[in-house]
Design a protein around this ligand. Structure first.
Ligand code: ZN
Length: 847
């Protein structure tokens, strides 16, 4: 579609001549179930009267366009994505009336009917540029304005937006109009609306400087599971933390604070000021572990950090998306650690968030944290492990480099200077330089403007008496960077526990750095580079330490040190240095004694991924049986009702493979078998049913009977995954057709069907879909929304056929340089996953 993909150059030019005062947006959500009426009035100025520009709008029908006193013909000025504006005056009023479409892709105004009770829910999600699916606008972050929304909807609905409600009046039988206060000056991508049969709970936060009305919204069918007290508690703790004089010291600027849990959401959450949206899987309807509560608290506090960093001060263009995401990701974990009961949240950060960054940074498509974003398609794909997790890791290092006090003082200076404005990288750096007195240009170049990661390798010389005679750290990878690292030396304390006996903090620079402080001491059992996780790098172990890890990982007392070892071992597995089967054995040897359930869950997922991707296929089923047996043993041994028990139950539920395993699963589901303290609730039921379906032990009738006990939105998604997993030719064909050949399924269903389709006990059975995949790519990319297209391109890449032949086939496809760059990027990344898996399988086969 011409003009849909706004470029950076176009946005710059438009911002040069246009400034926006205000929007009045009037919506009628009673005009149909496929479309709704949208009327927009934009008041804006033009610095060059007589010039031409354009407004953005994605709508199936435009009824009226009026610019100042001129009525324009939509057939002439609207091309499906843009409204051409000629001969602008110094001061302008643009009025646009359109029928906009509800979406089922999670972009724009998503509409959802709850199968549990027929209730209707709508909500918006716009980042980076889908506000134009709700109202006509200038869709770029640096054209901020004040927005006044009004909404006509069924009178029994709940309707919320960024600002507080100012009035409500009846406009017809059973229909009312909500009016909202004008917002502060904000960007289009963070405007928001949620309207429907939402359940609401209210509270208020108060401190010396602020009174903030709070609300939580979710579907009625989830109301019984909404743990409002805990969520409000964390929300209040968050505001108290950010308001502190030694933190942001600036009261939350956007009035009330609603947190809305919405169905079929594409991402974790979105920081719309005053109206934050979250995926409603965060309203836990089955038992979850503390790791899930911690993860949700992290998301909650991440979004709250954005109120200042992202919403109050916003990047000028998407190149600096990292400015807000790295910052929010760092602050989210810092706030969880300091303001909630999850004091060791940096452990989860080390093992989970960093794994995301490390993976992304080794893809051929990696990019500097400060990215080059030419257009909106580039922007869409940049919500990735670099922008979030690597950015946050590097920011964490910056905090150690300039000091915490200077970091927060710099942030306060930055907010004061740029409130309600837009910024780039240099604005933040200059605020930090002013407060810290340090020149950050070298640091910025080394960390923000390069790609990839270094590996740090210990070089230890020991004499005959076991004394270290020389200690150095070798740095590998290009470019070499300055690293502030801690080096930990661990030894047995005499009671079977490995404790840190010595710690040295040092600046690593160049290819080799001597650490003289570590010479002259007894050789430690374990040397851990990057102890305390100060820098962003891969690490290697010397031979003695590698043996200690293998035999004694769970003897290490410090949870962060254990997490760093786990993270390193996973990197070695992915790099084909450690055979996948040895990683699985390491997990079975040590995960049962791991006290942090977040770490247990992560390494169990990694063990499963090691089997799926990195193990020699000839050993895979045997490996799975070993994992299942170990998981069942730990499930029975774990404390009844504990989080660890649930983690092992999930692992067993997914890994089960033998006849006996599958019979036991059926028994757990029917109630004929029990494990003391384990409740087979809805989510666990579906997890186990899916495995039975994959293994040919549950047919469509069994799945339908399970659905009859849980006919909810989540239940239907799980049932779709289970059906797609049933291994018959017709069934796989239907799953493929429903996702690739048809556009009927909403985003969440597409996810479910792809998951079931690709989860098979017979990968070769999917070979007939390899060529159709390549044949469909261009069409899918051009015809489907980017959210759906991305799921198909990534999720259905033919890993089932992984072989050198698949790499060649992919290269042939990539060789055509007319491919859309964003599509190419996704396929290239999957090719890299496939090539990495082949290297690891070869390594495992030699084990
Ligand atoms: Zn964010």
């Amino acid at each position: 579609m011409p003009g849909k993909n706004l470029t950076r150059d176009e946005a710059r030019e438009r911002a040069r001549i246009i400034a926006v005062d205000s929007y009045d947006v009037a919506l009628d959500l009673t005009s149909g179930t496929r479309t709704f009426r949208s009327e927009t009035v934009i008041r804006f100025t033009c610095a060059e009267p007589g010039a031409a520009s354009f407004a953005d709008l994605l709508a199936p029908e435009v009824r009226e366009v009026r610019l100042n006193d001129r009525v324009l013909d939509p057939a002439v000025v609207f091309d499906g994505a843009r409204i051409a504006l000629e001969d602008l005056a110094a001061e302008n009023v643009l009025r646009v009336v359109a029928d906009c479409a509800y979406s089922h892709t999670g972009q724009g105004l998503h509409r959802f009917e709850d199968p549990a009770d027929g209730s209707v829910y709508t909500y918006t999600h716009f980042e980076p540029a889908d506000a134009r699916r709700l109202y006509a606008n200038f869709e770029q972050p640096d054209l901020k304005a004040s927005f006044t929304f009004s909404v006509i909807a069924p009178e029994e609905w709940t309707v919320v937006s960024n600002a507080a409600e100012s009035a409500r009046e009846p406009v017809g039988p059973g229909v009312a109009r909500w009016r909202f206060e004008p917002t502060k000056r904000i960007s289009t991508y963070i405007t928001a609306l949620a309207a429907g049969d939402y359940h609401v709970v209210r509270d208020v936060y108060e401190d010396d400087g602020a009174t903030i009305p709070l609300a939580l919204l979710c579907r009625r069918s989830l109301a019984e599971h909404l743990d409002a007290e805990r969520l409000f508690g964390q929300t209040k703790a968050g505001f108290a933390f950010y308001h502190r004089a030694d933190r942001f010291a600036l009261p939350y600027p956007f009035g009330k604070y609603d947190q809305v849990f919405v169905p079929e959401y594409n991402i974790g959450a979105m920081e719309n000021p005053g109206c934050v949206t979250f995926r409603d899987e965060y309203v836990f309807r089955s038992k979850v572990t503390e790791a899930s509560y911690e993860g949700r608290a992290n998301t909650l506090l991440h979004e709250m950090a954005h109120m200042w960093f992202g919403d109050l001060v916003t990047m000028t263009w998407w190149d600096d998306l990292w400015l807000k995401e790295s910052f929010a990701d760092y602050m989210g974990t810092a706030a969880v650690a300091e303001a909630t009961e999850y004091a060791d949240s940096w452990v989860s950060f080390a093992v989970r968030r960093k794994a995301w960054a490390y993976r992304q940074d080794q893809l051929p498509t990696t990019h500097p944290i400060v990215a080059d974003i030419r257009d909106l398609e580039d922007a869409m794909l940049n919500f990735d492990g670099i922008t979030y997790a690597k950015g946050a890791s590097v920011l964490k290092q910056l905090v150690s480099y300039v000091g915490k006090d200077a970091f927060y003082a710099g942030s306060r200076r930055y907010f004061a200077q740029h409130a309600y404005g837009n910024t780039g990288l240099h604005d933040l750096l200059s605020a930090l330089e002013a407060e810290s007195g340090r020149d950050l240009s070298t640091w910025s170049k080394a960390w923000l403007e390069t790609t990839g990661m270094n590996r740090l390798v210990p070089e230890i010389a020991v004499d005959a008496s076991g004394t270290v005679t020389a200690f150095a750290v070798r740095q590998e990878g290009e470019p070499l960077r300055p690293h502030r690292v801690a080096i930990g030396c661990y030894a047995d304390d005499g009671s079977g526990v490995l404790v840190r006996t010595h710690r040295v903090e040092a600046d690593i620079a160049g290819a080799r750095t001597e650490i003289p402080e570590l010479a002259g001491r007894a050789r430690p059992a374990l040397v851990l580079l990057n102890d305390d996780d100060l820098t962003y790098c891969k690490i290697a172990f010397d031979d003695v330490s590698a043996d200690a890890v293998s035999a004694r990982l769970s003897d290490v007392r410090d949870p962060l040190a254990r997490a760093l070892v786990w993270s390193a071992m996973w990197n070695l597995t992915r790099d084909a240095e450690l055979p996948a089967r040895e990683f699985v054995q390491l997990v079975l040897r040590h995960a049962a004694r791991e006290t942090r359930v977040a770490v247990v869950q992560m390494v169990l997922e990694q063990a499963e991924s090691a089997l799926d991707n990195y193990a020699d296929p000839a050993w895979r089923e045997e490996g799975r049986a070993i994992l299942a047996a170990g998981a069942l043993r730990e499930l029975r041994a774990a404390a009844p009702g504990s989080d660890h028990q649930l983690a092992w139950a999930r692992c067993f539920g997914r890994a089960a493979v033998s006849e006996a395993d599958l019979r036991f699963l059926r028994g757990l589901l029917s109630g004929d078998e029990t494990v003391d303290g384990l409740t087979v609730d809805k989510e666990l039921t579906w997890l186990m049913t899916e495995t039975l379906a994959v293994r040919g032990a549950a047919d469509i009738g069994y799945i339908d009977a399970t659905l009859a006990h849980d006919d909810t939105a989540a239940g239907r998604q799980h049932a779709a995954a289970c059906r797609a997993a049933v291994d018959t030719v017709d069934n796989k064909a239907e799953a493929w057709r429903s996702v690739v050949e048809s556009d009927d399924l909403p985003n969440a269903m597409v996810d479910a069907v792809i998951r079931g389709f690709t989860r098979t006990s017979d990968p070769a059975g999917l070979s007939p879909y390899t060529e159709p995949y390549f044949a469909a790519l261009e069409r899918v990319w051009n015809e489907r929304s980017i959210e759906i297209a991305r799921r198909i391109v990534v999720g259905l890449y033919p890993m089932w056929d992984n072989s050198p032949e698949l790499l060649r086939r992919t290269d042939d496809w990539l060789a055509d340089d007319r491919r859309a760059p964003a599509l190419r990027r996704l396929v290239l990344e999957r090719r890299d996953d496939a090539a990495r898996a082949l290297r690891a399988r070869a390594r495992d086969a030699r084990a």
